[in-house]
Design a protein around this ligand. Structure first.
Ligand code: GLU
Length: 448
């Protein structure tokens, strides 16, 4: 087989969407699996729809996802330029060739010298290709009308430019979304008109939401732009992993995979025909699994900006370490550190009936009183010291387990359950904890 050369050819009409990212990732995986080249070509001929930051943002988030490319405007390459608007002469030249060969014709604008060029669709030809995903697909030329290849403003249409570029850039495989299936016969007829080799096509399945509807950019219930996942503190490794499973299935009994593992396993035979379901819960699950692979320092680096953005003061590094320690197993994506913090630390200290009753029914007052006294005497307000006084109370009162921990947790944090109590207590700080205990004692109608 000749060298595999694939491309991702975005139109810079918006930000990097899950669907675009999937196309880019599958092409990247195909190239890397077969030691081929991955190329980025910007299809910017739809000038009116281009958005200013579209291209830069797409490239930025492709890099963030872990992709790199062998050729493209920013990295160079021998088949450039890699922007279609810089290749207009080439399209004109090839369109003129088709005119010369009698395979296309001019169409003049009314009362003007300007003309567009229309491709003359041959009669009664069967266009057929062996799709990498869907097997044989056939279309008769009868179903296709003569179509515009060059508009009267000198700009080519997508179906024409894409063929000229894919041919000149020696693209061997075209993996793209299934919405392009109807374009493929038009493209094949251009290859055949020039006598060029037709690349292999593979049309990937649509991505659907939980209602089985095609994911639409306007569907506000699903976050669909990669930048939004970045802002919420998802990991690129997890998104890469998740997206690679949208229309491809792992051949081993394991779905939590690194980029390198997926490259090794990637096989176009496992591209699925059935629509792929965008399962948010699965994305969260994968993200939490990839979060576990981070070192403690990496996790801190991920979480820190979210606290700062929410104006939560990091008192000191020790405090931050403690905070990360108690929440690290509960976090599924970075931004959650803020809601967890708020849930346990910044809410008002209010004891509800259930909590109050627990203390009264278990007769926990002496325990709480003793805890207060020992806390008050504590020289160093640190996790180990708190652990020790809890142990001391347990051996003095012979109370242990739930009956020991629940009252202590309620009177210090106003929660029945939560992360490691000694760490919580240290994070709250001595003044707050003492105040909370006194308030609890008052609530149950006692005095110190
Ligand atoms: N610019 C086209 C798009 O964004 C590329 C399609 C193709 O890969 O041929 O859909």
């Amino acid at each position: 087989m000749d060298k595999v050369r694939v491309r991702y050819a975005p139109s810079p009409t918006g930000l990097l969407h899950i669907g675009n990212a999937r196309t880019a990732i599958f092409n990247y995986l195909y190239a890397k699996h077969y030691n081929g080249d991955f190329i980025i070509r910007i299809e910017d001929t739809d000038v009116k729809r281009n958005v200013k930051e579209g291209e830069a943002s797409q490239l930025k988030y492709l890099k963030w996802l872990g992709l790199s490319w062998d050729e493209g405007d920013d990295v160079g390459g021998q088949y450039g330029p890699y922007h279609q608007l810089q290749r207009l002469d080439l399209y004109t030249m090839y369109a003129n060739k088709l005119l010369e060969m009698g395979l296309a014709y001019k169409e003049y604008k009314e009362n003007s010298q300007e003309y567009g060029i229309r491709f003359k669709v041959p009669t009664d030809v069967l266009y057929s290709w062996d799709d990498l995903v869907r097997g044989t697909i056939k279309t008769s030329s009868k179903e296709v009308e003569d179509w515009i290849i060059m508009k009267d403003n000198g700009i080519p249409t997508y179906n024409f430019a894409v063929v000229v570029d894919d041919h000149l850039m020696k693209i061997s495989h075209v993996l793209r979304g299934e919405e392009h299936i109807t374009n493929t016969p038009k493209q094949i007829m251009v290859y055949q008109a020039f006598g060029w080799e037709v690349p292999k096509f593979g049309h990937m399945t649509i991505i659907v939401n939980e209602k089985g509807k095609k994911l639409s950019k306007r569907d506000a219930s699903t976050i669909q732009f990669i930048s939004q996942y970045h802002s919420k503190g998802y990991l690129p490794e997890a998104l890469f992993n998740f997206i690679s499973l949208l229309g491809w299935s792992s051949p081993i009994n394991q779905e939590i995979l690194s980029k390198d593992e997926i490259i090794k396993l990637f096989d176009s035979k496992r591209l699925t025909k059935a629509p792929s379901y965008f399962d948010r819960e699965k994305l969260k699950f994968l993200n939490s699994k990839h979060l576990k692979k981070l070192s403690f320092e990496e996790l801190k680096a991920l979480l820190r900006p979210f606290l700062l953005q929410a104006n939560i003061k990091i008192k000191n590094e020790k405090w931050f370490d403690n905070l990360v320690t108690i929440f690290k197993d509960r976090i599924t994506y970075g931004e959650q550190i803020v809601s967890l913090y708020n849930e346990f630390f910044s809410s008002k200290f209010i004891i509800n009936e259930e909590e109050k009753n627990y203390i009264i029914e278990n007769n926990s007052y002496p325990l709480i009183k003793r805890f207060y006294e020992l806390l008050d005497d504590l020289p160093k307000f640190e996790v180990e010291a708190i652990e020790n006084i809890i142990k001391q109370i347990s051996s003095e009162t012979l109370i242990k387990g739930k009956e020991l921990y629940i009252p202590l947790r309620v009177c210090t944090t106003s929660h029945l359950h939560g992360p490691s109590l000694p760490v919580m207590i240290v994070l709250l700080g001595k003044t707050t904890v003492k105040k909370n205990i006194l308030k609890t004692i008052k609530e149950i109608g006692k005095q110190l």
